[in-house]
Design a protein around this ligand. Structure first.
Ligand SMILES: Cc1cc2nc3c(=O)[nH]c(=O)nc-3n(C[C@H](O)[C@H](O)[C@H](O)COP(=O)(O)OP(=O)(O)OC[C@H]3O[C@@H](n4cnc5c(N)ncnc54)[C@H](O)[C@@H]3O)c2cc1C
Length: 334
């Protein structure tokens, strides 16, 4: 365990800080939020404070307040890719969601705020007779989270549709980056390291026949519904595909399944019997259960295949550090 982790629970969320936040973000400050209810995986302790800004100005003022008071913070979207610590979250959490979800489409160009819900965005793009967003139609999350993760499916990433992105840095300053400056790579972008918060994006798509786009979306959704577990809480694919392993053995799900892990459990965390790259919360799973299960799977696959699988799912520690779950297991945060 690092020294900073040992020092917590230092509580940066003080009554004075809450008073300032409520003045900056009226109706947007939420205290003692149970992450096991809020989060997609239904796992995690209590978050001391979640702030939901209603616009970029509120967000920039919030960040400037944190900077002035030397308060660390963390940003989340819809939590579809996040595992929260059982101890909860001591630093304030900024959640970009439905309060920042304006969307307009002009010709082939989409202007969207970061809190837009992705499946709804894909539907609006289809209704405008534009193709290129079909692959995101089944991905639960916000546009900000999708851009940060360069998420996508069908071997695509949202980055290829980006014209530019607006973000706010740790000083509260606004930046605009074109697609190249966003450094999109497989399930990765510059926003995973630079601590900027994405507020809006300009995306471009190609005109096509609405009927064809709709049919392709329906096909993608039907395929996902057949393959992926839908009833029990999960975070999508736990591990990223590794090109060398893909050529040798196939995707992570195939490698994990081949070792007989489907249905294997640690506490309430269960390798989905439907898809081995999904870990579902079968009831009372803790973050520790999930981490132990991931560690076990990861070591077994590496031992049997020689291939190391990097994690796509990300862990949020109680002091607000976010790292891929495999880096937690490697001791980077312990
Ligand atoms: C059932 C299921 C299926 C899934 N299928 C897919 C899939 O096919 N393809 C795929 O790529 N993913 C998939 N996912 C994973 C997840 O949905 C995506 O990663 C999604 O884009 C995350 O968005 P979010 O808003 O939930 O972000 P969160 O999970 O809240 O955050 C993810 C990361 O983005 C950062 N972040 C969030 N918002 C912002 C912002 N505004 N500015 C800067 N950083 C931000 C967070 O700090 C965090 O590091 C799936 C998840 C589930 C539960």
């Amino acid at each position: 365990m690092r020294d900073s982790a040992r020092l917590y629970p230092l509580r940066p969320v003080t009554p004075a800080l809450i008073e300032y936040l409520e003045a900056i973000c009226p109706s947007g400050v939420h205290l003692n939020v149970d992450l096991s209810k809020l989060s997609r995986w239904k796992i995690g302790g209590i978050a001391d404070c979640i702030v939901r800004p209603a616009n970029t100005e509120q967000l920039a003022s919030t960040i400037r307040l944190f900077k002035a008071q030397d308060v660390p913070y963390v940003v989340i979207g819809a939590t579809s890719n996040l595992l929260f610590a059982d101890e909860g979250l001591r630093v304030p959490c900024i959640q970009i969601g439905s309060r920042m979800s304006d969307l307009s489409i002009q010709g082939d160009t989409v202007y969207a705020e970061a809190g837009v819900w992705v499946p709804g965005l894909a539907r609006r793009i289809m209704q405008a007779g534009l193709t290129g967003a079909e692959h995101i139609c089944g991905i639960p999350g916000t546009l900000g989270g999708l851009l940060c993760m360069n998420g996508g499916s069908q071997r695509k990433g949202i980055g290829s549709s980006v014209v530019s992105i607006e973000s706010v840095d740790a000083m509260g300053k606004i930046h605009y980056r074109d697609a190249e400056q966003c450094e999109f790579a497989y399930r990765s972008s510059v926003y995973q390291a630079n601590r900027e918060i994405i507020t809006a994006a300009k995306l471009r798509f190609l005109p096509d026949e609405k009927k064809l786009i709709r049919q392709s979306m329906l096909n993608i959704l039907a395929e996902r519904n057949k393959k992926f577990p839908r009833k029990l809480p999960n975070c999508g694919s736990v591990f990223k595909s590794n090109p060398a392993m893909y050529d040798d053995i196939g995707p992570p799900g195939a490698a994990i399944e081949r070792l007989g892990f489907k249905g294997h459990r640690v506490g309430g965390a269960l390798v989905s019997p439907m898809h081995a790259n999904f870990i579902v919360n079968s009831g009372e799973a803790s973050a520790t259960d999930v981490l132990k299960l991931i560690k076990h799977i990861s070591a077994a696959v590496a031992g049997h295949t020689g291939h190391y699988m990097q994690a796509e799912a990300r862990f949020v520690s109680l002091e607000g550090n976010i790292l891929p779950v495999d880096q937690v297991l490697n001791g980077a945060m312990l």
